[in-house]
Design a protein around this ligand. Structure first.
Ligand code: PMP
Length: 297
């Protein structure tokens, strides 16, 4: 990814893509003191741009540092880099981290750096598999107790177990892995939240020890606007035997049907299909339904 033409926004302005570099003594590389965002660009606009800008700032605050740009300034940086890259559809990655000014666990005086990059990124899961429903295995690692890690932040360090599990699932021939939480309840996939459908109602785990995704919150609002009951609750893995449909949500994954998790099987049913189609209409400015416009801010 580093040898490309174009520009990346870094520390206040656009720099040539190849020059957007960091030093090896960057604190974040050693101690995980970085936070990031991931959003999609549809028709040249970032979906839920303000919420992503605010979440970057909130994640940093949880890690004990302040992003030196306001949400408005970050959103302007998003627009500047999208324009510089002439990107109509794709992905945007804002990231903030402690720099190399201080080495050691303590780094109170390190400089806070911020960058925003955009690139072309098609479907997160292969499109044909997405329509049939993707396949998940069970992960070995669990989402940590909030008393063990800052689990509500989108913090780089929390992704160590996600990459391990994603790789393991791919090696076993699956698309992704389902992670349980530290208590053994269903939690989420390695980069997306999870939902189930049973008897026309939606069930999803309480977001009490993992990222309460912006897409998750959008999906819940979409379902409620349609009069579908949504239960946010603790879900035991064995309950999956009684669930009819399953799907993942995430800015990159959008709404992705799931056909298989370990020994459990699901169909790609009407509720999943219609919410998936509605999310895709909502994400694009030109097809956004008026009644859901507030969800795109
Ligand atoms: N959980 C994890 C671990 C993720 O990486 C993501 C993607 N950011 C999500 C959930 C979904 O979050 P969002 O809908 O805000 O993209």
């Amino acid at each position: 990814y580093d040898q490309r033409d174009g520009f990346i926004w870094m520390d206040g302005g656009l720099v040539p893509w190849r020059d957007a570099k960091v030093h090896v003594l960057t604190h974040a590389l050693h101690y995980g003191s970085g936070v990031f965002e991931g959003a999609r660009i549809y028709e040249g606009e970032v979906f839920a741009s303000r919420r992503h800008a605010e979440r970057l700032r909130a994640s940093a605050e949880i890690l004990g540092f302040e992003v030196p740009y306001s949400a408005e300034q970050l959103e302007q940086a998003f627009r500047d880099v999208i324009k510089a890259q002439k990107l109509d559809e794709g992905y945007i990655r804002p990231v903030a981290w402690r720099g190399p000014e201080e080495m050691g666990v303590a780094a109170k005086h390190s400089k806070i750096h911020v960058a925003v990059a955009v690139w072309d990124w098609g479907s997160y899961f292969p499109m044909e598999e997405r329509l049939k429903g993707i396949r998940l295995c069970f992960a070995k690692y669990r989402r940590p107790d909030p008393a063990t890690a800052p689990s509500t932040a989108k913090a780089a360090g929390l992704y160590m177990i996600c990459t391990i599990e994603k790789h393991r699932s791919m090696d076993l021939g699956y698309n992704d892995a389902l992670m349980l939480d530290w208590r053994g309840y269903v939690a989420e996939a390695t980069g997306a939240n999870i939902f189930f459908v049973k008897d026309g109602q939606i069930h999803t785990p309480d977001a009490d020890c993992f990222l309460n995704g912006i897409t998750r919150q959008t999906l819940i609002a979409q379902a409620k606007a349609r009069g579908i009951t949504v239960h946010e609750r603790r879900i035991q893995p064995e309950e999956m035997a009684g669930f009819e449909q399953c799907f993942l949500t995430g800015s990159a994954a959008e709404v992705t049907p799931v056909s298989e998790i370990g020994e459990y099987r699901f169909t790609v049913g009407e509720i999943t299909k219609s919410l998936m189609e509605e999310y895709s209409a909502l994400a694009r400015p030109s097809t956004r339904p008026d009644k859901l416009r507030h969800l795109a801010a």
